[in-house]
Design a protein around this ligand. Structure first.
Ligand SMILES: *[C@@H]1O[C@H](CO)[C@@H](O)[C@H](O)[C@H]1NC(C)=O
Ligand SMILES: *[C@@H]1O[C@H](CO)[C@@H](O)[C@H](O)[C@H]1NC(C)=O
Ligand SMILES: *[C@@H]1O[C@H](CO)[C@@H](O)[C@H](O)[C@H]1NC(C)=O
Length: 127
């Protein structure tokens, strides 16, 4: 089981109006910002530690779309798409933070490119 920390849920609610405002600003600025797509693979102790759930939660907080899944070789892989600065924030989280019980040895990124539109409507866990 992978319950999210209560703290995360507690801070989410009061921030809602601010997040709506941010979303409005984001929409207004989106034409000026380029969209990026990148594939990632995380190596380390990343299975059985709620890594995918925390990745999904972080991606939604940051505001990127894409997917995450674990692999038969014990890694976690996926794709992230969104405005360049948000994709960079997610790359940093995937390289340095992860879920609380995980241990990230290294994260590799590939197929990094500029895209004209997002190929996903959300960020989801794949099975
Ligand atoms: C990560 O690196 C491994 C080789 O170490 C490679 O097989 C894999 O395709 C890479 N994954 C991504 C998403 O770049
Ligand atoms: C992760 O996914 C792989 C491949 O689908 C599966 O074999 C493995 O049991 C899963 N591991 C965990 C911890 O969920
Ligand atoms: C999230 O996106 C996937 C594919 O990109 C889609 O299958 C799924 O229905 C979406 N989920 C929601 C809640 O929109």
């Amino acid at each position: 089981m992978c319950p999210l920390p209560l703290a995360a849920a507690a801070v989410a609610a009061p921030r809602a109006p601010l997040r709506l405002l941010n979303r409005g600003l984001t929409a207004a600025m989106s034409t000026a910002r380029s969209l990026k797509s990148v594939d990632y693979e995380v190596f380390g102790r990343v299975q059985g530690v709620c890594f995918r759930m925390y990745t999904e939660d972080e991606a939604r907080k940051i505001g990127v779309v894409g997917w995450v899944k674990n692999t038969s070789k014990g890694t976690v892989t996926g794709q992230v798409q969104g405005p360049e600065d948000k994709v960079n924030s997610m790359k940093s989280w995937l390289s340095k933070v992860g879920s609380p019980s995980s241990r990230i040895d290294r994260t590799n990124f590939s197929n990094e490119k500029t895209i004209s539109k997002l190929e996903y409507s959300n960020f989801s866990i794949r099975y």
